[in-house]
Ligand binder design. Structure first.
Ligand SMILES: [Zn+2]
Length: 158
């Protein structure tokens, strides 16, 4: 593990950065960079997959209640799309997560509610996702990852 103290990006205080590699099942080696400020509590977390491509570059899954618990791995290179509601999320450097389909939808909901709070009209998108979580609707989830490091469990190749 590597450690370093740098200036906190938020308050300029004492920010401790740790870096380590973990072997994540189904995902291979991942470099994790984590930081926390001892003064203001500001935290960051970055995840960079180090392994070679192992999954299809494009995957698609129809979301219904039976697949809500399917594993989802999203690498920082993955574009997420839900065509029925015109939703697409571009890859974000350093942003990766392992969750399940339900967890992914909850994350998207969170983001949309943030946009709504800023005055964007995303009510229909929120409604469709909430219905899908409740098993009353279906949406299609598409992952596009040129590095082949993302996975929708149970998805079929395109
Ligand atoms: Zn700070």
């Amino acid at each position: 593990m590597n450690e370093a103290k740098v200036a906190c990006p938020s308050c300029g205080g004492s920010f401790l950065v740790e870096q380590f590699i973990v072997d994540v099942p189904h995902f291979g080696e991942v470099l994790i960079t984590r930081g926390e400020c001892g003064d203001c509590g500001f935290k960051t977390s970055d995840l960079l997959p180090l392994s070679e491509a192992r999954y299809p570059r494009k995957q698609k899954l129809v979301i219904e209640s039976s697949v809500l618990s399917a594993r989802v791995i999203r690498s920082p290179f993955c574009r997420i799309e839900i065509p029925e509601i015109g939703l697409s999320v571009e890859p974000v450097q350093g942003e990766a997560f392992i969750t399940n389909v339900e967890g992914l939808l909850l994350r998207l909901l969170d983001k949309l509610k943030g946009f709504e709070a800023q005055g964007m009209n995303v009510r229909e998108q929120i409604r469709r996702i909430e219905e899908t979580l409740a098993g009353k609707n279906r949406l299609t989830l598409i992952f596009e990852d040129p590095r082949g490091l993302s996975l929708i469990g149970g998805a079929v190749d395109e």
